[in-house]
Design a protein around this ligand. Sequence first.
Ligand SMILES: [Zn+2]
Length: 160
Amino acid sequence: MFCPKCGNADQAPETYCRRCGTFLPDLDKPKKKAHTPIQNVNANAVLSGMTVVAAATLAILLYAILGFREDTHPLIYATAGFLIAITAWNIQTFWRSMLLRKHFKKPKRSIDEPVETPVLEMPKNSELPAGNFDNFVPPSVVDATTRQLDEARISTKSKQ
Ligand SMILES: [Zn+2]
């Protein structure tokens, strides 16, 4: 590749130019896509929602299938309690994400929204004012100038 600053050829990308020392970025390398805040909030909300469903379901299943028996190990209750804690924690995370979403969703004006431009009222042909020829240069002046230039060119050519 060529150095964009000094134009030195035969340069390796992702290095410094051998002549001027400018850093040469690899332009073919795909750029990392930056996530917008609303995208991060949405991803967070989806993950929290899924965790709530999974943890709550597991806790209910643990209690329903293995709980409240004579031989139920205390670890079952501990695990189920932990799952309920996870559920509660993710419910509040989900709720906070929803509040943040609301906050991001009310921008004053979207960037994509076109700005209203005032329409200029053009006068109709009949409304146009009559021509003003006070400062009009007659074509004869232009003709004379062109002729003089032509003559000057011819004279210089004949001298050579
Ligand atoms: Zn250079």
